[in-house]
Design a protein around this ligand. Structure first.
Ligand SMILES: [Zn+2]
Length: 81
């Protein structure tokens, strides 16, 4: 049986899951909570995006998943001069 968790507990699990594996009961409780709570669901998505951004920053140039940068091909840049 899945135990209902509070928003505060869900937020802690969202933060914890980026660094540690959650138990099956924690994953089930978090999944159930996120399925029913739009506030925590939004927080979880934003937290995942920030974690991805942090990984990209640590590995090399920043490419934000929030606002991808589109650079025109060099030929287009040369024609604009
Ligand atoms: Zn919640």
């Amino acid at each position: 049986m899945v135990r209902l968790i509070t928003c505060q507990q869900a937020a802690l699990l969202v933060a914890k899951r980026h660094d540690h594996a959650l138990s099956a009961a924690q994953r089930a409780g978090l999944w159930t909570h996120l399925h029913h709570c739009r506030h925590c669901s939004r927080y979880a998505r934003q937290s995942s995006l920030l974690a991805q951004l942090a990984r990209h920053t640590a590995l090399g140039p920043v490419r934000s998943p929030l606002a991808p940068v589109r650079v025109p091909p060099l030929r287009v840049l040369a024609e604009a001069r």
